[in-house]
Design a protein around this ligand. Sequence first.
Ligand code: ADP
Ligand code: MG
Length: 376
Amino acid sequence: MSTITLDTVRKEFDTGDERIVAVEDIDLEIRDGEFLVLVGPSGCGKTTTLRCIAGLEDITSGAIRFGDDDVTGLRARERDVAMVFQNYALYPHMNVRKNIGFGLKLSTQRTAAEIDEQVESVAEMLGIEDLLGQKPKELSGGQQQRVALGRAIIRDPEAFLMDEPLSNLDAKLRSQMRTELQTLQHELDVTTVYVTHDQTEAMAMGDRIAVMNDGELQQVGSAEEVYRSPVNEFVADFIGSPSINVFDATVEDGVLHGPGEFSYALSDPSPVEGYDRVRVGIRPEDITLVADGIPIETNVLEPMGNENFLYATLGDRDLTARIAATTRPQPGDIVEFDFAESSLYLFDPKDGAALKTKTDGESDLPSGAELAEVAE
Ligand code: ADP
Ligand code: MG
């Protein structure tokens, strides 16, 4: 077990007529035993980053370390990591027992009996001990994925590298496997980098989440940190479902003027000092319908059972709100909304940098620094 350090890692591909920067100078430290989720839209460089860590790609510049060891020049088989892919890549002619034991047979001096024993213990851990005699084609997608995991686990690697391992499973099985995988990872305590394009999965699974866009690392933090304190508009928009509402506004004497009749006087205008335009962000769950707020026109109401999603129009903009299940405006109805200033996000209109993020629901507990002071 060890930390994995990416030190200004860059990966360019030369396709003949162009150079693609797939990974742009990423600095990232994955802690010992951590479950880190690398998330971002398709094509942002997640798989390439993972393949660089695995040693399946030579990096263009920078360095990769496992613990204190520089592994930059080492090939994949010398790095002692186990990869799990979306396509399980099981050997079709081998049964489950052989599929799980195969890597161990190649890489160790163990006797057949010892390997059998280990295969059985891993299979039991994954709940597939009754399937050891079966061939991959006789298994469901979820069972096949467990076999692929078993093959990774039995090697007792320095790290697990997983590339969208659950995306071939249906929604219900996927959420069950998420939980299982998390439990398993915490039990095994092996440093894990897990790639997904699904922010819900990232939020649910990661000890920490690393958000990527366009080859660049945007932010690393806990689910709560990236949700509440995104560093920029991209992260704010990518994390959260339904997505945050974002629109342009002008700033005049501390008052924001947006689409339609949107007008909001900031009690604390300091974040927008020096700005005559900003991007305003409001999460759907921070919107409340009130009697005397900002008017919006209802387009569609989607009942979720425990709540309703309200899709409305604010001037020339769409606005999404999560409202009580008992509140049911009809298409065409004008309703009015409000929100708390503490829940408001503001972004720089040029580079998207966050000027203000959430301060609502902040813990009353003293911070670590304050506690340290008290202790002295
Ligand atoms: P993700 O996994 O986030 O969807 P990838 O890491 O697969 O993204 O790809 C990042 C970028 O690098 C994309 O623009 C992709 O087209 C490009 N890319 C990936 N692999 C290669 C390759 N072998 N040759 C050329 N371009 C590649
Ligand atoms: Mg990928």
